[in-house]
Ligand binder design. Structure first.
Ligand SMILES: Cc1ncc(COP(=O)(O)O)c(C=O)c1O
Length: 401
């Protein structure tokens, strides 16, 4: 137990567990940008991970119909049979997998799915291999479960790519889990199908779990279309995490899922039965419409993001001193801004992002939250005109340093 300051006579005693983790760095930027907005300041927001597209109309209609027909009761904890079948169907059509209903669990977003899976697999003293830069929540979820992250350093000159060989080097007798996230948030790096297959094979051979976070699998610009879920022969050792958030522009609806061995799904549903219970009933109906309905919207958004990616990378590379890899997926760029350290009181990515937000009103997320010190993350899920406004401000900001 540890003690936090309190205004009252009794100190607030929080658990050691909660003191092991930090608030999400991306959420912190959202709060900071909101504060400035409330003061009437026009902020260009490259901070959050929210698509600028709207949820497709047929998905919204399904939710409205669910309300009108009183689909408003509790459902099975891991989602309705209709939803589980829709998830399995979509994955089978898109990735040639053959999961069964008992191998899927729907949760309140991909983040919730990850939290559940990490909670049921990672114990005190377990090591978890995590590539850097990592999505902010992986590290804290592992710590909350009592595990230790073993960080896999990637090479910026190789576009932050993760290979099976790099993973293999970090395996010890204590390794319990390997977390893969391709396409990656924040770097946009995409692993080759051969490397994902090799990691899964190696892990299977050693009795290690793999989580393949595929929340951005539909936002891959390499032309490959691959999910670890196709690797049937190794399936008793890995889990695929999916989400409707980015795929269908449904971040606020909160619907994600896990595909994996039935025994793990039972444990995940046990945990979920003691916390959130089912994902919102109405959202489940909307999710079925998204998964079973027309899929052109998904490809339309992918092409839209690709144009934005090319534009923002071109813009950033034209700023003297900014180095920028070409992301192959997701909707983030992760430029290196370390050449500005030592100027105008800036000594870290946090200093730089803070100054950029306070003085030029552009919100970005400093790299420290993703495990690197020299980068900032820019989300380009924003209209082209907004991207240009932000780039213009950044150009002036960097020129003034
Ligand atoms: C890598 C990664 N995984 C999982 C998630 C979770 O998304 P959601 O909880 O909205 O499904 C996110 C969201 O930004 C993400 O970037």
């Amino acid at each position: 137990m540890s003690t936090a300051p309190s205004a009252g006579p009794h100190p607030v005693r929080l658990t050691e567990r909660i003191n092991r983790i930090e608030p999400s760095a991306t959420m912190a930027v959202v709060v900071e940008a909101d504060k400035l907005r409330q003061q009437g300041i026009d902020v260009v927001d490259f901070g959050g991970g929210d698509p600028h597209f709207f949820t497709p109309q047929h998905v919204k209609d399904a939710a409205i119909a669910a309300i009108q027909t009183n689909f408003s009761k509790y459902t099975a904890v891991g989602g309705t049979t209709e939803l589980k079948d829709a998830i399995v169907h979509r994955h089978a059509v898109d990735f040639d997998s053959d999961y069964r209903r008992e191998q899927v669990c729907a949760s309140v977003g991909g983040k919730h799915a990850l939290f559940n899976v990490i909670s049921v697999l990672v114990d005190h003293g377990d090591e978890v291999i995590l590539p850097v830069p990592y999505w902010v929540s992986f590290k804290d979820m592992v710590r909350y479960a009592g595990g230790t992250c073993v960080l896999l350093q990637t090479d910026e000159s190789q576009d932050f790519r993760v290979t099976a060989e790099m993973v293999a080097r970090l395996i010890t007798p204590k390794t319990k889990l390997i977390i893969l996230n391709s396409p990656s948030n924040p770097s946009g790096a995409v692993m080759s199908p051969a490397d994902i297959t090799e990691v899964v094979r190696l892990a299977h051979q050693r009795g290690i779990w793999v989580i393949s976070d595929e929340c951005y699998v539909y936002l891959d610009y390499t032309g490959q279309h691959f999910s670890a879920g196709t690797l049937r022969e190794y399936r008793d050792r890995f889990l695929v995490i999916g989400s409707l958030s980015k795929t269908y522009a449904m971040t606020g609806w909160r619907l994600g899922f896990t595909l994996g061995p039935a025994a793990v799904m039972t444990a995940v549903q046990k945990l979920q039965s003691q916390s959130t219970s089912n994902p919102t009933s109405i959202v489940q109906k909307a999710a079925v419409a998204a998964l079973r309905g027309p899929q052109q919207c998904v490809e339309g958004m992918r092409l839209g993001y690709m144009k934005l990616r090319d534009h923002v990378v071109g813009g950033l590379r034209s700023i003297p001193g900014v180095k920028c890899t070409m992301p192959e997926g997701a909707f983030y760029v992760y430029p290196n801004v370390s050449s500005f350290f030592g100027r105008s009181g800036i000594n870290s990515a946090s200093d730089l992002a803070g100054k950029l937000l306070r003085e030029f009103h552009v919100a970005t997320v400093p790299g420290e939250g993703f495990g690197t010190r020299e980068h900032i993350r820019i989300s380009y899920a924003t209209p082209m005109a907004e991207l240009d406004r932000g780039l213009e401000r950044m150009r002036k900001f960097f020129a003034a340093l």
